[in-house]
Structure formats: structure tokens, C-alpha cells
Design a protein around this ligand. Structure first.
Ligand code: SAH
Ligand code: SF4
Ligand code: F3S
Length: 485
């Protein structure tokens, strides 16, 4: 009987990728995935420490498993990732039934840790000791590890994340990431290119390059030449089979013209930039240590839009950071009103022990105020997003079909159903079509829009040859307007 594995993932795309790699390596050991924690022999949590809420969720899941572990002492429970890296003592205290605590840089050791935990019944710890852990070790660990992909764990079989760098050196004062993910290190461009080619060979059409500050990517080739993200995009661009290349997340200060020109000139690179501003007030940006001013950020937006026509830009904001006054917050509202972001992710400040923000500044904005500012900013962004989406009505957009929409999932007939996908500018589009279109790229004419979604109809069938789709496909339906929102 194969052993069963359950894995739960929270946090950013780095964690999604790490979980894919963990599953890939454990499948090679004969594990099978299950979606029920109680049915599994090994239960893993891949954790995030970026906000308190993310940690609370994991502790409550662990708490729920305490009785289960007592009844089945042979089951193995593991805590992986950022929280494991940061809080081994706390995890041991709050969840003494945990068998494995494995930090971010050590995931390749998991198969061995599981064996050791089973054999000894003792807690297995695997943590990177400090940020200065030898560069060589880390490099070796991700070169042997990242290529072990598992298509079934990807967001979809035809979309994949590729890590181009790890860690972060920026040390924004609110942020725990640099201390849990270690120093910034870029991967060798040829290793990345090989992984992209491998993924393309497995049927992958869309690649998203990942880095905490992906546009800070730089690799010294040793002969005086330095590879930048723009060079990397050029290097992987012609990989056959790859249709779309995206990259996240960008640091505003590093948005250089060579990168913007690469986005403009390389047809497979999507005109979409996620460039978090975090605040619209210079005093707050200074205490966050973001290294730019609002004026610089606005210039960067203008430059991006000038160089890359029709580029879509999204952002992140933190409300209620230490010292954020009503006046500072108003400046953030103004920035959001003016910036025409496609969307913004808005977070209430959560002080993280171990960061400068926590250790040096008071968390002086009351929770109620954080909540109100969060809602107010969200309302402003929602209005801006609606304007951004409305401008697509009557236009044709290219959509990579990702799967059934939420509505489509609730229907079960064999004809066209509601599908969802993304445009090259990362806008979500839903439309009716045969589920066989999933994984294909189509032109969709946009007929309606909400702040979060474009609604439309498929206008071209050439790319997949609709004639070959079989009898369940009712071509008449393709041109019908959409049913449900
Ligand atoms: N590396 C990326 C994202 C880091 S974490 C970047 O630099 O943009 C993702 C988002 O979480 C951040 O952009 C920020 O908006 C938010 N965030 C990070 N630390 C936070 C904290 N302590 N409290 C609330 N939000 C936080
Ligand atoms: Fe955190 Fe700042 Fe690094 Fe992003 S750039 S990961 S917000 S320290
Ligand atoms: Fe969270 Fe770690 Fe990502 S703290 S946001 S999972 S790098």
C-alpha cells in the first residue's frame, strides 16, 4: 500500500512552488496525495509568517490534529517553510505533537526527515542557521531541488512558476521575509533556461518567474558580463511551446528602462507589472525603508506606461503602519485614485517580532482604524478597478483558458459551461465554452465588466480548430452572450 501524503499551503507563490517540489520529491518515494488530513500517513503544513493571521491559521490546524496524533502515534506531522524557520521553539511548545520542523532552505531533506522521524519517534529539526549560510550550499540545494517538478501540483498543468532568485536584501521595516528566506541570491541563467525548456516539454505554456524583488535579478557570469532580468527574459523568450512569460514581484526602485523595453519588445512577455507601492506618504515610506518617494513611484508608473503601451499595473498597500496619520492615509487614497491600478492587495499592518518595525516603532494605529482604512482604500481601489475593466468593453482580448469558473463548476451538463482564464494583462475573463478549451488560448470579445472580471464571448476558433472538438461541442453556443455573472 502506498503511503498517503496531505499537504496544506499558505503564503505567497514561493510557497506554492515549494509545495509542488515537496510533492514531487515525495511521490518519487512512493507517496500518493490525499485531500483528507485524517487519511494521510504524513501531514505537512507549508507555512507563512508575513502576517499574524497566517500563523494563527496554522496553529489552529495543528491544534485540531492533537487528538488524532494521540490516537495514531505513527502518523507524521510536519511544519515546513517560513514559520518553521522563524519559530521552532514556539512550535515545539504550542504543538508538541509535531514530528518535523523544516525551514525554507532545507526542504530537499524532507524524505530523509520523514524516515528518521518514523524510525526514532523523535522531533526532526532542519533549519538554515543564519542568513550568511554559505552561498554555495544554498545554490546547490536549489539546483538539485528545483528541477524536480510535479505537474499535478501546479496551479494548472499548463502554467508553472520558476524561481529565478531566492531571499531578499531590502529589509523593509515591517517585513519578516528577509529573515525567513535569507539573503538575495539569483540563479544561473542557464539553469533557469533549462528548467523552462523542461516545463515547456511537459506541455507548459505560461511561465511565471518568481522572486521577492524579481526585477533586482542579477547574475555575474564571471567574465565581466552581468545578466539582468531583461537579459534573462530575452534568453528564455524563444523556448518553443512557451506562449506567455510573466514575472512577480517588482521592487519600484529597480524598474529600469531595459526591463520595460524588454516587456515592450518581447511578444511573449506579458504587459503586466505587479509593483507594490505600500503607501502614498513619504513619511511612511521612509519609516518603512522603501528607498523611494511617492514622486519617484509616480514617475516610475508614467515611465512604465510610456514605454509599454497598454501595460496593466497592480500594487500592494499596507494600512495602519506605525505613525500613519489620517493625513498620511489620505495621501495613500490619493495615490490609489490617481494611479489606475488594475487591482491592489490591501493589508492591515501586522507587527512581526524580529523586524525593525516591531522592535523600534509602536503599533500605534488602533485595530478599528486599520479596519476602516482598509475598507475605505478597498472601496477606492474597487472604483478604480471598475474603470480599468470597463475600458475593455467592445475590445478583443487573448485569453488562456484556465478552467471552469466557480459557476461553471456547479453545472454538470456536457455542453458549453462557464470557463475562466486570464488575458495577457492578467485580467480575469469568464465566458461560455466547451471544457475541452481548457489549456488553449482564445480571442474573447468583452461584452461586460465588473471591478474584478471581464465577461465575454469567444470570437475565434482557429487556434484550437473548433471543428475537431467533437459532437458535444455546440458551435452555435460560442457566440451567445454570457449567462451568469
Ligand atoms: N516581496 C514582495 C512581497 C512581500 S510580502 C514585495 O516586496 O513587494 C507581500 C505583501 O505583504 C507586501 O507587499 C506587503 O504589502 C504585505 N506585508 C508584508 N509584511 C507585512 C506586515 N508585517 N503586515 C501587513 N502586511 C505586510
Ligand atoms: Fe519584504 Fe520589502 Fe523584501 Fe518585499 S522587498 S520581501 S516587502 S523586505
Ligand atoms: Fe509568507 Fe514566506 Fe512568502 S513569509 S509571503 S510564505 S516568503
Amino acid at each position: 500500500m502506498p503511503q498517503k501524503l496531505y499537504i496544506e499551503t499558505v503564503g505567497c507563490q514561493m510557497n506554492v512552488l515549494d509545495s509542488e517540489l515537496v510533492v514531487g520529491s515525495l511521490r518519487r518515494q512512493g507517496f500518493e496525495l490525499t485531500h483528507e488530513a485524517e487519511a494521510a500517513d504524513v501531514i505537512l503544513f507549508n507555512t507563512c509568517s508575513v502576517r499574524q493571521h497566517a500563523e494563527d491559521k496554522i496553529y489552529s490546524s495543528l491544534g485540531r490534529l492533537r487528538g488524532h496524533k494521540k490516537r495514531h502515534p505513527d502518523k507524521i506531522i510536519g511544519v515546513l517553510g517560513c514559520m518553521a524557520q522563524k519559530d521552532q521553539e514556539l512550535i515545539r511548545r504550542r504543538a508538541p505533537h509535531v514530528d518535523i520542523i523544516c525551514g525554507t532552505g532545507q526542504l530537499a531533506r524532507l524524505p530523509q526527515l520523514i524516515d528518521d522521524a518514523k524510525a526514532t519517534g523523535k522531533l526532526q529539526l532542519a533549519l538554515s542557521l543564519d542568513r550568511t549560510e554559505s552561498r554555495h550550499d544554498v545554490e546547490r540545494s536549489f539546483e538539485s531541488y528545483d528541477p524536480m517538478r510535479d505537474p499535478s501540483m501546479r496551479p494548472t498543468p499548463f502554467q508553472a512558476f520558476v524561481r529565478v532568485m531566492i531571499g531578499c536584501d531590502k529589509f523593509c521595516t515591517y517585513c519578516i521575509v528577509p529573515s525567513v528566506r535569507g539573503p538575495e541570491q539569483s540563479r544561473h541563467p542557464e539553469h533557469i533556461a533549462r528548467e523552462v525548456a523542461q516545463l515547456a516539454g511537459e506541455g507548459c505554456k505560461e511561465i511565471t518567474l518568481l522572486g521577492q524583488t524579481v526585477n533586482s535579478y542579477k547574475y555575474d557570469l564571471g567574465d565581466g558580463r552581468r545578466f539582468r532580468l531583461s537579459d534573462l527574459l530575452t534568453r528564455i523568450h524563444d523556448t518553443s511551446g512557451i506562449e506567455r512569460i510573466k514575472f512577480i514581484t517588482n521592487f519600484p526602485k529597480d524598474m529600469t528602462d531595459d526591463l520595460l523595453e524588454a516587456v515592450r519588445d518581447l511578444p511573449k512577455v506579458c504587459p503586466y507589472l505587479h509593483v507594490p507601492a505600500q503607501s502614498g506618504c513619504n513619511d511612511v515610506l521612509r519609516s518603512m525603508k522603501r528607498l523611494y518617494t511617492v514622486e519617484f513611484y509616480k514617475d516610475m508608473l508614467a515611465r512604465s506606461r510610456e514605454i509599454v503601451p497598454d501595460v496593466a499595473i497592480s500594487s500592494d498597500f499596507i494600512v495602519g503602519f506605525s505613525g500613519e496619520t489620517e493625513e498620511s492615509f489620505e495621501k495613500t487614497c490619493d495615490l490609489v485614485r490617481e494611479s489606475a491600478f488594475k487591482n491592489s492587495f490591501i493589508f492591515k499592518y501586522s507587527p512581526r517580532p524580529g523586524t525593525k518595525g516591531h522592535d523600534l516603532f509602536a503599533d500605534d494605529v488602533p485595530e478599528e482604524t486599520k479596519k476602516r482604512r482598509n475598507n475605505d482604500l478597498l472601496a477606492i481601489q474597487t472604483a478604480v478597478s471598475l474603470q480599468d475593466h470597463l475600458r475593455f468593453i467592445g475590445r478583443r482580448v487573448e485569453v488562456l483558458v484556465e478552467g471552469l469558473s466557480k459557476f461553471g463548476e456547479r453545472t454538470s451538463h456536457s455542453g458549453p459551461r462557464q470557463l475562466t482564464g486570464r488575458t495577457r494583462t492578467d485580467h480575469i475573463a469568464v465566458f461560455d465554452g466547451n471544457p475541452r478549451l481548457i489549456g488553449q488560448t482564445f480571442e474573447v470579445e468583452v461584452t461586460e465588466a465588473s471591478p474584478f472580471t471581464l465577461f465575454g464571448t469567444v470570437v475565434s476558433g482557429e487556434q484550437v480548430g473548433l471543428d475537431n472538438l467533437g459532437e458535444t461541442w455546440d458551435k452555435q453556443r460560442i457566440a451567445l452572450p454570457l449567462l451568469a455573472h
